[in-house]
Design a protein around this ligand. Structure first.
Ligand SMILES: C=CC1=C(C)c2cc3[nH]c(cc4nc(cc5[nH]c(cc1n2)c(C)c5CCC(=O)O)C(CCC(=O)O)=C4C)c(C)c3C=C
Ligand code: FES
Ligand SMILES: [Fe+2]
Length: 412
């Protein structure tokens, strides 16, 4: 079902997924926006609940006797993961950055899309507070009538974005979020940008070169590329060009890849776009990290790749997290503490490209993506993308089908 032109407004966005609302402003005249993501334990004692919720999610990890096995596995894994969260400063910063990005985004959105202003960001996490259920109830209490489910995972996987949308579908179709008209921003790893919206900004940019190049095509990639350039600058100018860019993304089990999940392709497309933006200044590879459990996962593994590069005589590496927009245990612990240290022992100098975190370029990109989405909805392009409608050819999960139909009808 196509959405009508945005008359009033409610928008809600956040990081991993968000929801924006349009037509009728809620009672206080606010325009709610929700941002959705997996979340991480903000404090160490929340680790066990986080892991229990994560291992209970059949869309992420289908387990036999899941209700019993999930708490058991979580209990066994908790001490090790608690130690990791302690080592990175006492918890995951995902909530902090998601709130910050959401607030920054809606401020810009008020300027970019005044006809749907004022906008407000909600956060809906999958495994920790604020959980999707609680956010849905809050939106109902706030009287939200129109919302955008805005994934904060740039690249789509059914185990991440798909799982969050399934959960919002379960809550929404049960009436827990109230009577909301939904639309979805489902992926944006190489978002084409918003030519019209960007134009004013580009005209006033001091950087004339950028004005005629293509920041409007790869604005997100520009944000990533800036952080790579900053990391590259830490190497001596004489050897900088020999530095290997090692893009590292969370891996996927091969069972997920082999049922036709789009994530691997989409992460690859992001890497390709970033390298285009960098003018292919350096050699690069895309590798995969954070495998869990004994099954086969997508490789090559990041740790093995570093060992291989050392064997091949490489002396300089920039590690680039490419599939998540803020710091988390995989960047702060696995990349910074584990892999970087191992690499140094192997004789490689390693610097990590910073995560997007508070990057104003990135927050601007989020606002552009939402503004363009609202505009598209207003011109009858419909509440979901064309790609969103296609299930994985190997999908046997009935909820995926119901969820896609429900969102394609605007949450009806
Ligand atoms: C794009 C990002 C991610 C994908 C894809 C993904 C798939 C995926 N993850 C697991 C299992 C675990 N993931 C865990 C933590 C975790 N995962 C991501 C991102 C993606 N996961 C992040 C950002 C985090 C950390 C959150 C934080 O620190 O704030 C964990 C918990 C940690 C641990 O026990 O090692 C598990 C377990 C699977 C099975 C999977 C694909 C099916
Ligand atoms: S697993 Fe991909 S659509 Fe169901
Ligand atoms: Fe994960």
């Amino acid at each position: 079902m196509a959405l009508a032109a945005p008359r009033t407004t409610t928008l809600t966005r956040s990081l991993a997924r968000s929801f924006a609302s349009l037509h009728n402003a809620p009672p206080a005249g606010k325009s709610p926006t929700v941002m959705m993501n997996m979340g991480g334990p903000a404090t160490v004692p929340e680790t066990k609940d986080f892991l229990t919720n994560l291992f209970s999610d059949g869309d992420l990890i289908p387990l036999p006797f899941q209700r019993f096995l999930a708490p058991f596995i979580a209990h066994r894994r908790t001490p090790q993961i608690e130690k990791q969260y302690t080592d990175i400063g006492g918890g995951s910063p995902i909530l902090h950055y998601t709130q910050l990005q959401g607030e920054g985004m809606v401020k810009l959105l008020d300027e970019l899309s005044p006809e749907t202003a004022p906008h407000k960001a909600y956060v809906a996490f999958r495994y920790v507070r604020p959980m999707t259920e609680a956010t849905a109830k809050q939106m109902k209490a706030d009287g939200v009538k129109r919302a955008i489910a805005f994934t904060q995972y740039p690249q789509y996987s059914c185990s991440t974005t798909g799982s969050s949308l399934n959960e919002m579908f379960r809550r929404g179709s049960a009436g827990e979020a109230g009577d909301i008209e939904w639309s979805v921003i489902d992926r944006w790893g190489t978002h084409p940008g918003f030519i019209e919206v960007r134009l004013a900004f580009l005209v006033f940019r001091p950087d004339k070169k950028a004005r005629r190049s293509s920041p409007i095509r790869f604005y997100l990639c520009k944000a990533v590329a800036q952080n790579i350039e900053a990391a590259l600058a830490k190497f001596p100018a004489s050897t900088r060009k020999d530095t290997v860019l090692l893009f590292s993304a969370h891996s996927l089990p091969m069972s997920v890849v082999n049922r036709g999940d789009p994530y691997i392709l989409e992460v690859s497309a992001s890497v390709s776009a970033v390298m285009d933006r960098l003018g292919h200044s350096n050699p690069f590879r895309l590798v995969w990290q954070s495998q869990v459990g004994p099954s086969a996962w997508m490789g090559m593994q990041t740790g093995e790749a570093l060992k291989g590069l050392a064997r091949l005589g490489k002396k300089q590496v920039v590690l680039v997290p490419i599939a998540f927009t803020s710091d988390h245990i995989e960047t702060l612990y696995e990349l910074d503490l584990e892999y970087a240290e191992e690499a140094r022992e192997l004789g490689i100098e390693v610097h990590r490209a910073e995560s997007l975190n508070e990057s104003p370029v990135f927050i601007r990109a989020l606002a552009d993506i939402a503004a363009q989405h609202l505009k598209d909805c207003g011109t009858g392009k419909g509440p979901v993308s064309t790609q969103f409608g296609l299930r994985c050819p190997g999908c046997k999960n009935a909820t995926c089908g119901q969820q896609k139909t429900w969102f394609a009808r605007g949450g009806r």
